[in-house]
Design a protein around this ligand. Structure first.
Ligand SMILES: NC(=O)c1ccc[n+]([C@@H]2O[C@H](COP(=O)([O-])OP(=O)(O)OC[C@H]3O[C@@H](n4cnc5c(N)ncnc54)[C@H](OP(=O)(O)O)[C@@H]3O)[C@@H](O)[C@H]2O)c1
Length: 284
């Protein structure tokens, strides 16, 4: 197929674990990928069909520049927008700063909306598909994961609304909902958490110390899946004749799906048990 005729996909957060796997899978299937990264520099997949450039989803000028960049490359239509950029803000909600909470939503929610709005004219021209990467934890918010869970729940909800809005033009909106995936997102989140913790007083730090240790211990036993399973779901979302509105991927998502359907008190009891919180002595 001639390079100029290739179907093009715009992907955010392409330098991350899922982003790289998705970029690789897309070029293998003959797509041209506008593989955007938050900061330029660093190594990236060298391939004639991969165009890498900067796009910080929280920076309106950067989003506008990205549209200019794609059009200047001769692209007049997109087959897909994949909102993949994301971060994790975690910690007890009592102690999470307003700034960190806002940043969580700036990247995972408002950033995705800004990118979608900016590239929709090209997507409409290509009769393309919008793919939003959310998370299975959007359906079950675990203790100390309130910010990330809430941001993904917001993106799920926005996707549900936009699916109906864009159906008028026959543009599918697809949510890809991964479980626990082996990427560096958790290392980055842990670094940010350590920084936030250092800014707390000793008394604040002591408040949740035991609960956080219990949850860390429980999570250390979970096994993360390969990002390629998310990339495969992105491919299905972009190539299936009739894409499903939602692809849930990862071995742990079955359990989350079951938990989501339970009465809340039963679910809380189970979650507290699994996380080891029921073994933490009650506060005085
Ligand atoms: N890993 C999991 O278990 C898991 C589970 C459910 C959902 N997800 C979702 O899957 C998506 C991909 O995550 P991942 O696991 O591949 O994590 P990752 O390796 O950290 O990749 C996330 C990417 O998003 C980028 N990013 C962060 N802030 C950005 C901004 N303001 N503008 C543009 N890009 C930005 C990061 O760039 P920098 O590194 O330069 O900051 C990184 O390249 C995310 O939406 C995540 O929430 C992941």
């Amino acid at each position: 197929m001639d390079g100029e005729q290739k179907r093009a996909v715009l992907l955010t957060g392409a330098g991350g674990g899922v982003g790289r796997a998705a970029t690789q899978a897309l070029v293998e299937r003959g797509f041209r990928v506008y593989a955007t990264v938050r900061e330029s520099g660093g190594e990236f997949l060298e391939h004639p069909d991969v165009r890498t450039f900067r796009l910080d989803v929280t920076d309106p000028a950067s989003v506008a520049d990205a549209v200019t960049h794609v059009r200047a490359d001769g692209c007049t239509a997109l087959h897909g927008i994949v909102n993949n950029a994301g971060i994790i803000v975690q910690g007890p909600l009592e102690l999470v700063t307003a700034q960190d909470l806002r940043h969580q939503f700036d990247v995972n929610v408002f950033g995705a909306v800004a990118v979608t709005q900016a590239f929709l004219p090209l997507l409409r021209a290509g009769r393309g598909r919008l793919v939003n990467i959310t998370a299975a934890t959007a359906r079950v918010a675990g203790p100390f994961f309130g910010p990330i869970s809430a941001s993904k729940a917001a993106l799920q909800s926005l996707s549900d609304a936009q699916r109906l809005e864009l159906a008028h033009w026959g543009l599918p909106v697809v949510v890809v909902e991964p479980g626990f995936i082996d990427t560096t997102i958790f290392t980055k989140a842990a670094q940010a958490t350590a920084k936030a913790k250092a800014a707390l007083t000793p008394a604040e730090r002591a408040l949740y110390e035991a609960q956080l240790q219990a949850v860390d211990g429980a999570l250390a036993k979970s096994k993360a899946a390969s990002p390629t399973i998310v990339a495969d779901a992105v491919i299905r979302a972009l190539t299936a004749r009739k894409p499903k509105p939602r692809y849930t991927v990862g071995p742990d998502t079955r359990m989350l799906g079951l938990l989501a359907r339970l009465p809340l008190r039963t679910r809380d009891r189970l979650l507290a048990g699994v996380m080891g919180l029921n073994k933490v002595p009650a506060a005085q």
